[in-house]
Design a protein around this ligand. Sequence first.
Ligand code: ATP
Length: 217
Amino acid sequence: MVRSANNSVAMSIGILGGTFDPIHYGHLRSAVDVAEHFHLDQIRLIPSARPPHRQQPQATPAQRLALCQLAVADNDLFVVDERELQRQGASYTIDTLLSLRQEFPQCPLYLLLGTDAFLYMQTWHRWNELLDLTHIVVMQRSGENITMPESLAEWYQRHLSTKVAHSLAGSIWPITVSQLEISATDIRSKFAQGDNPQFLLPESVIQSIQQQGLYQQ
Ligand code: ATP
C-alpha cells in the first residue's frame, strides 16, 4: 500500500500479461517473487487475445482464461483480468495500461516482463510511452546475461532504479526471480506426447486440460 498526498491509501499493482497457453508455475512463482520484493497488494494476470508479435495461441481465449482462473482460485494475491479478451483487435500493452491507469489513477503500476519480452520491447506499439503509465520490472533469472541492443540499453540505463520508490510510474527495475526452467511450449509438447507435466503447473489446471483434451497435437 502507498499513502498519497491526501493521506489516502493506494494499492500497488503488478501486471503480468501473456498468452498463458497454459499458465504455469514459472509465471506464478516469478510474480510472487516480484510481489514480495515490492510489497505489491495485487498481481493482475492479463491473458492476451491476439498477441501481435508471436504465433497465435493453441487454446482459445476462453480456455486460457478459465485455466488462469483455476490456477489462482485459492490465492488472494492474484486477480485474473479479462480486459484484453474483451477488446477488439490486437492486444497492445499500451492500451491495457491506459485502461488500467484510468481505473486506478492513484496506484503505482508495475509491468512484469521476462527478459525475453523486455529485449524486443522496442518493437511494441508506442513502446516509449509505457513508462509514463507504469514501472517496468525485468524478471531475470540468476546468472542470466542479457545483451541489449544499444538503443534499448541507453533507455534502460536512463530509467534504471535500485531503490523501491513510491511514484506511480517511470522506473525500470531488474529483479532476480526464482529460476524455474518452465515454458508453456514445453508443457504443450508434454501433453501432446502423453508425458506427465506434474509439478510444472497447478494440478487443477492439468486436470482441466486433460478433461478437455487440450494440447493433444
Ligand atoms: P511460450 O512457451 O508459449 O512462449 P511462455 O511460457 O514463455 O510461453 P508467456 O505466456 O509467453 O509464457 O509468458 C508471459 C510472461 O511470463 C512473459 O513476460 C515471459 O517472459 C514470462 N515467463 C514465461 N515463463 C517464465 C518463467 N519460467 N520464469 C519467469 N518468467 C516467465
